[in-house]
Design a protein around this ligand. Structure first.
Ligand code: TXA
Ligand code: MG
Length: 326
């Protein structure tokens, strides 16, 4: 059930969490399916409900930096130094991977000796974490491999009554999942680009690496979080640059990143403009909701713009390259 973020409902949510129940909660990136990260039972429910492979670890959400100490293991001088510098992005859309402490159940980390941690920026998420007094494991609140939810209604569409409490915090303002930065190896690495961009992280960690995964049909998943096929609508999706109007089927929807001539718009069955002036932060914010919307229209094909792979564009294109049909 979708509930307004009143004091009473937030108390209800935190009580449910303390009883190992799951709660759909808003963050600034996407909605999360949250459970007590220290409870094997609650975390198992998350995997079951999402249909998520046990090999794919979860992010732990905290509200205060001090909570991190019981979740992480001993850090090297370099890790401590970078963590201290990166703190300025918390609360915010940045997840940091560090060595785990023995307090974190191995089910959360998929048996890895590292743990992913973030302090989200949404006031409702922060209030629920504070009220419950628990670190919360929360993956995006979608079934495995579908598009991440950016509204409370999307979460209800995914899970129906199986999630009894979904707190409505409005539409997510960022719209793409957090940046994931691993500090585990000597050379820090971005595992998933997001709104805290590579350019911004480079200012703090000049040596940071980002290796785009080449996405081909037969690439196997070999490291957590690196699934090749992800975020896909059920309707086939293609970049506009690869679309030949004459040779394609009939009912085609277009998702444009900037305005088109009326003539061009009219050649599509449906047309969605994500930003009148090509603002890629606005594109990111509306992207998943628009993919979901068009996926419900019974189209034969969705065609979508692409964008340069810098700043937020790197994260947009990362998601889209995984979502297009190959
Ligand atoms: O913005 C977000 O990060 C959202 C909101 C709800 O906070 N959460 C989210 O969670 O996107 P999820 O589970 O959909 O994606 C988490 C990613 C997965 O790709 C997972 O493999 C990776 O984080 N991950 C988690 N723990 C990891 C670890 N120890 N090492 C490497 N990757 C890890
Ligand atoms: Mg996800």
């Amino acid at each position: 059930m979708i509930l307004a973020p009143t004091e009473d409902n937030l108390a209800l949510a935190s009580t449910a969490l303390s009883k190992d129940q799951l709660v759909g909660l808003p963050t600034e990136t996407v909605y999360g399916l949250a459970g007590n990260a220290l409870s094997i039972e609650a975390v198992q429910k998350i995997y079951d409900l999402k249909g998520r492979p046990a090999t794919n670890p979860l992010i732990i959400h905290i509200s205060d930096f001090e909570q991190i100490h019981s979740l992480i293991g001993k850090l090297s001088d370099q890790q401590s130094y970078y963590l201290n510098q990166l703190k300025e992005f918390w609360p915010g859309p940045l997840t940091i991977i560090l060595p785990k402490s023995i307090n974190v159940p191995t089910i959360v980390t998929a048996n890895s000796d590292t743990v992913a941690i973030r302090i989200p920026q949404h006031p409702v998420a922060l209030e629920i974490i504070r009220k419950s007094g628990l670190p919360l494991a929360a993956p995006s609140a979608n079934r495995s491999n579908y598009i991440s939810p950016t509204s409370a209604q999307h979460v209800a569409d995914e899970f129906g009554e199986k999630v009894e409490i979904i707190i409505d915090g409005g539409n997510c303002t960022v719209g793409l999942e957090s940046t994931i930065l691993s500090l585990v190896s000597d050379i820090p690495e971005i595992l998933r680009p997001g709104a805290i961009t590579l350019e911004v992280i480079r200012r703090i960690i000049p040596s940071v690496q980002y290796q785009e995964k080449v996405i081909t049909e037969n690439v196997m998943q070999n490291s957590p979080g690196q699934q090749i096929k992800h975020y896909s609508p059920k309707t086939p999706l293609k970049f506009k640059a690869n679309y030949l109007p004459s040779s394609e089927s009939k009912k085609i929807g277009l998702i444009a990143f900037q305005a088109l001539s009326e003539l061009e718009q009219n050649s599509f069955f449906s047309y969605k403009l994500l930003s009148a002036d090509g603002d890629l932060n606005e594109v990111a914010q509306k992207l998943f909701a628009t993919l979901r919307e068009l996926d419900l229209q019974g189209l034969d094909l969705i065609v979508i713009d692409d964008c340069p792979v810098d700043k937020i564009g790197l994260a947009i294109m990362d998601r889209l390259k995984r979502a297009v049909s190959i």
